[in-house]
Every structure is written in structure tokens, then in C-alpha cells.
Ligand binder design. Sequence first.
Ligand SMILES: [Zn+2]
Length: 169
Amino acid sequence: MRCPACHNMENRVLESRAAESGQSVRRRRECLKCNHRFTTYERVEFAPLMVVKENGNRESFDREKLVRSLTRICERTAIGTAQIETMVSSIEATLQQRTNREISDSELSELVLRELQPLSEAACIRYASTYCQFENITEFLETLARVNSDPTNLTNSIEFAVAKSRSLN
Ligand SMILES: [Zn+2]
């Protein structure tokens, strides 16, 4: 971070604290060269996430739409509204951590399947048969196997992100 007074790159952080009700971190810095003090803010980047459809069309990621689809899919299962919200938040958090702002329809489906899998096999299969364009049953089974064997634990990655953002404060 360049000093606004002398353009020197080196400075030290005098103070860090949460600002804008936790939406950002405010840091007071002091230039090591001219001792000028200045303030920086660090925020999570919320660039819009785009979903690339099978036909190449792009649409912005719509959290409410995903909640509605999952609500339909989870009818007559033990999965309740709160769990659906948790699943969608977890998917959204995963997407926000990606550097790539675009996700394909099929990648998104895999994230959904990964969330559904441990909760309800029935919902998982219902989702796959409604939203995933599988060429044949083999492809579907392969996707399920991949979802199962993937060691990436979404909960862990979210916990990691939370711990990391706390350590910055
Ligand atoms: Zn300076």
C-alpha cells in the first residue's frame, strides 16, 4: 500500500478494527519513510457471480432461485427450510471464494449434489434428474461417485475462511 504523501511502499499498521458493522476492516497505517498516517479499508469483494448455461447464455447467480428449486426438491423429505438456507449459504460462500466469477451449470449442480448427498439420497437423485443434463445413467452415476469421493469438505473450507478473517482483525 503506497503512502499517499511520499509514495513509499513500506508502512506499518498501527491499529486494525472492524468497521461498517463487520463488513470491513479499518487499518491505521504509518509510512516508514515520512511518518504520514493514513487509513485503509479492506472489504470482501462481491463481484457478481455468473452462471453459464448449457447453451452458453450467462445469467447472474440468483440465491432465491436456488432456494426455490431446493424447496421443491426437498418436499416430502426431512430437509427443512433452515437446512435449505444453510445449504445455499454454504454454496454461495464457496462461490464467493473462487477467483473465477463464472460457474457452469454443471459445476453448480455438483456443488448442490455435494450438499444434498449427506442429507437425503432421495432429494439428491430428484435434483440430479430434474436439473442435471446427463447423457445417460452412467454419467449420472459417475457424477454421484465423484461427489462422494471428493475430499473437499465445504464446512471445513467455510470454517477456515471464518478463522482466517478473524485472525486479520
Ligand atoms: Zn510517506
